[in-house]
Design a protein around this ligand. Structure first.
Ligand code: ZN
Length: 380
């Protein structure tokens, strides 16, 4: 009998610790987005909820989901003011983070303490991350709450500025309250993407007011209910270009505004980051070749990232023709057909094929301009 109990106890422990789980299902899928020269690209979600506010999952599950999806960093940002499960769980604004901590450490996931200051517009909803104590933010006046966050060295950003429940006459508005926050050094970033929505107005403000760009999930459900991550879908992510993969470097990079917003196949950010990100993603296999008369050559371009780059021709060249549109599919070699125009050009020439990357936005409606660089030796 004693042996049976011991076995049952062991089995119970094994299940609780996760060691009895199927090792195949408990696996991480890497996100392929290249590092930039001097920086590692961290994939992050800084806006998530658990049962400790109006979410529907336990905090350890949030860490597990983030690790499996290939994220580097996560913030659980439960509402301070809206706690529908309070009768079951009580009120402890630090509890969700504390519960997720062990699992995050085991999985080498950077877990950042955060809270959502949840007010009507203005100022709307603000996330404070890199907190040391969320409880200090639970005060009636929202300015005091922001002050308590900033007093802890927190990074503060404006959530979903274009959320339909908080916009006026279909317009996304910037209020004097936001100007005041900005002037007091209490607003550091803005979500240009929240869940599946992109807000061009917020993108414009980010550029104008020098705010870090964010794309966050704001997930309340179990991840798989909202994002079909096993079928190529992914949650929106904030890409952070950090010197190292540490919490300190992550924080430094956010305050230095080295971020981009990645959602669906769209990437939103400064040209200074998107341009090297694109060039680090692709490799032209046969960039040098001879070309005679009106000959056709197929250039092979490999895209090492998960982002399908949608190229649109942005100009013409005198010497060769090349495709109007071309999608560089993730993980594949794609053929670019280059055809001589049969001109009298002779000898070795550097050609820069001008394209725009339609799904990489450096400003609203402004795609990133790139060139595909070839070295062609012409014989007429
Ligand atoms: Zn939220």
């Amino acid at each position: 009998m004693k042996t049976v109990f011991a076995c049952l106890a062991l089995l119970g422990c094994a299940i609780l610790s996760g060691s009895a789980r199927d090792p195949v299902t408990r696996a991480r899928t890497p996100v392929h987005i290249p590092d930039l020269p001097g920086y590692v690209t961290l994939k992050c979600d800084f806006h998530t909820h658990t049962v400790f506010s109006d979410g529907l999952v336990w905090p350890t599950v949030r860490a597990e989901e983030a690790w499996r999806e290939g994220l580097d960093a996560l913030a659980i940002t439960d509402h301070l003011e809206y706690l529908p499960h309070k009768a079951d769980l009580g009120t402890n604004h630090n509890r969700a983070h504390d519960l997720a901590r062990t699992n995050a450490n085991d999985l080498d996931l950077l877990l950042v303490r955060g809270s959502e200051i949840t007010r009507k517009m203005p100022p709307g909803h603000l996330n404070a991350i890199f907190l040391t104590n969320s409880t200090l933010l639970a005060v009636s006046n929202w300015q005091d709450s922001v002050q308590a966050a900033v007093g802890q060295g927190a990074f503060v950003f404006w959530n979903h500025p274009g959320w339909e429940a908080q916009i006026t006459n279909n317009r996304v508005l910037w209020y004097p309250e936001h100007t005041a926050l900005l002037e007091q050094g209490q607003l550091h970033g803005i979500e240009v993407v929240n869940s599946r929505d992109y807000y061009p107005e917020a993108h414009r403000w980010a550029i104008e007011h020098k705010l870090a760009l964010f794309a966050n999930s704001d997930i309340h459900n179990p991840l798989n209910l909202d994002y079909h991550v096993h079928n190529g879908d992914h949650r929106p992510m904030t890409l952070v270009f950090a010197r190292k993969r540490t919490p300190e470097s992550l924080r430094e990079a956010l305050f230095a505004r080295r971020t981009a917003a990645y959602s669906g196949s769209r990437l939103v950010g400064d040209e200074a980051f998107l341009h090297p990100l694109f060039t680090q993603s692709i490799q032209i296999k046969n960039a040098r070749f001879p070309l005679k008369g009106r000959q056709r050559v197929f250039v092979q371009i490999l895209n090492n990232s998960d982002i399908p780059y949608e190229l649109e021709r942005a100009g013409e060249l005198d010497t060769v023709t090349f495709p109007k549109e071309l999608t560089l599919a993730p993980g594949k070699y794609v053929l670019l057909e280059v055809k001589g125009k049969g001109t009298k050009t002779k000898g070795k020439k550097s050609l820069a094929l001008p394209y725009k990357v339609a799904n990489l936005l450096i400003a609203p409606e402004t795609p990133l301009a790139i060139t595909l660089d070839l070295e062609v030796t012409f014989t007429p």
